[in-house]
Design a protein around this ligand. Sequence first.
Ligand code: ADP
Ligand code: MG
Length: 244
Amino acid sequence: MISLNDITLTFPDGDERITAVDNVTLTAHPGTVTGITGPSGSGKSSLLAVAATLIRPDSGQVLIDGVDATALAPREATELRREQIGIVFQQSNLIPSLTAHEQLTVMNELGARHSRGRRTAVAKRSRELLDAVGLAPHADKRPHQLSGGQRQRVNIARALMNEPSVLLIDEPTSALDQERGASIIELILRLTGDLKTSTLLVTHDLVHLPQMHGVVTLVDGRIVADPPRTASTPLRADLGAVAS
Ligand code: ADP
Ligand code: MG
């Protein structure tokens, strides 16, 4: 579970500061996808970077399974991020020379001495995840041999390698056509249910919002309105109001 509690984030802007995230509070529970939407520049990516513990907010708490990440030392925050948080960035950062399978296993092999048993377990997890995202037949292909949608599936599978409890995804459909975009959203919804991640999904594509369990809309860094939803998708994420 992830709770963002009264988050404010500013950036320097000449002599002044620009408020990218303004008093945002929200909670996402295991097995649910909370959509974050809003116009370009409204603070979506900034909010996700705070949730990912990559940027420390000016104020507010980021609670990951009850632990306040903003109170941790940098090294502890890095460990929390590695163990609990899966991140899919807006710009794909696959390594051109690695196969899909290697994209998933490389992080677990870098910098650590591991037993053969550990390596076998990592390889097994990679195969299972590539299967879960529909890429088992493409496990040995490199990024240039994959379509945009397939690369996005690799990104998502990689984010899930360490069995994170929180999954954060920024604009996964922005480079895809409608049909491939829809199937990526379906995949995220299915994996969130199967793996019980607490998922925050940034998208400005409104067609996908009715499928989410909760939606927050940002304008100028603030949560603005109640999310649009249908009767068949009850609100399961607690969406906090703006304290202004
Ligand atoms: P979105 O993802 O909704 O398009 P962003 O979170 O990227 O919005 O940006 C929100 C605001 O914060 C914008 O005004 C943007 O220019 C500003 N901003 C984002 N990142 C930085 C940064 N690293 N330094 C300065 N300003 C930034
Ligand atoms: Mg963005």
